[in-house]
Design a protein around this ligand. Structure first.
Ligand SMILES: *[C@@H]1O[C@H](CO)[C@@H](O)[C@H](O)[C@H]1NC(C)=O
Length: 328
């Protein structure tokens, strides 16, 4: 497996990612929808995100305003208790079950505090994992409306448009989270990156809105399930954004909640449930989800009547994957 180690402690190529192995795993028969004591999820005594989160989005590349609105509405839905159940807000309550050494829970509040538009591709159309940190640095050091360097409550989300290639994107990962190095960005900030797979690999990163390449099924419009807001690339991103937000909150510095003994390959709370969207998931079946009038699939409601399809996460109390659309 591809893996790069620099200096003493930076072995990050597989850190905190949705990997191809995980996706292959859910296409096989193994999943943790039922309770399992085999999963040794543990708290490693480090900080987790218990203070209200100030989220900063960096839009890298060329973005369609409609797709940006869909993503913003998903972010707003996380802390909006007024959406119809089962909601994105309800889904976040499972993540709130995680606590730190002091017994503080993950925050209930995620505000979209500021956005930075990097429409000129400040670091080109091919980004390495490390150059994503330079993209963040640029957004903080730019002269025109820079993002703040917010150590206390900041969380930085880099979203790349469908024409941007990122190291390992589509081959091994759909998104990842990590923390910035002071030598590059000037501080240790938790961040996540998620790519738009719409043209590069929808069958891999926007599954189940597109058929996997090796399925022998046509790619393009003949999708397995329709995307509820009309764009497979963007809506594939939303489940990956949800995955990374769940993990960066519970394991921002790879010293929080994860299973397994190797911090270079942590199995975090969303990794354990990749491909699980509803009751009965497994073997390539996403589980029981809803269909809207057009036959598009969703499992959660959000603000403004929006609907989203978002993977489940590990519930530390039930000791199983869980989402609020579970059928009892
Ligand atoms: C905080 O976490 C504990 C332990 O999982 C849980 O019992 C409690 O309900 C959580 N509180 C909130 C507000 O979610």
């Amino acid at each position: 497996m591809l893996r790069s180690c620099h200096l003493l402690f930076i072995c990050f190529s597989f850190l905190a990612t949705i990997t191809k192995a995980q996706i292959d795993q859910f296409k096989g028969s193994k999943n943790y929808e039922g309770p399992s004591n085999l999963v040794d999820l543990q708290y490693h005594m480090g900080p987790i995100l218990t203070s209200p989160i100030d989220l900063y989005i960096i839009w890298y590349g060329n973005w369609n305003p409609n797709h940006q609105s869909t993503i913003r509405d998903f972010i707003y839905s996380l802390s909006s208790s007024s959406s119809v159940s089962p909601s994105v807000f309800d889904w976040w309550q499972t993540i709130r079950l995680y606590t730190d050494q002091t017994g503080s829970n993950i925050t209930k509040s995620i505000s979209l505090s500021q956005e930075f538009i990097d429409s000129r591709y400040s670091h080109g159309k091919f980004l390495t994992r490390l150059s994503i940190q330079s993209v963040i640095k640029n957004s903080i050091q730019t002269l025109h409306k820079p993002l703040p360097l917010n150590y206390r409550t900041g969380l930085y989300l880099v979203l790349t448009s469908s024409d941007v290639q990122v190291q390992d994107f589509c081959r091994e990962v759909c998104g990842f989270h990590y923390f910035t190095f002071p030598s590059i960005v000037g501080g240790t900030l938790p961040y996540a990156w998620v790519g738009n797979s719409g043209t590069q690999c929808p069958g891999f990163c926007a599954y189940p809105f597109a058929w996997p390449k090796y399925s022998g099924m046509p790619t393009g419009n003949k999708n397995i399930m329709g995307a509820p807001n009309g764009d497979p690339g963007t809506e594939g991103m939303i489940s990956v954004i949800a995955h990374e937000l769940a993990e960066v909150s519970t394991d921002p510095f790879i010293s929080g909640w994860y299973a397994g003994n190797d911090p270079s390959f942590p199995n975090e709370i969303a990794d354990l449930c990749v491909g699980v969207y509803g009751t009965g998931a497994g073997g390539g079946f996403v589980g029981q989800v809803y269909k809207d009038k057009k036959g598009n699939a969703y499992n959660l409601n959000g603000v403004k009547g929006r609907r989203f399809l978002v993977q489940w996460v590990w519930d530390p109390v039930k000791k199983s994957c869980f989402g609020p659309n579970a059928i009892h």
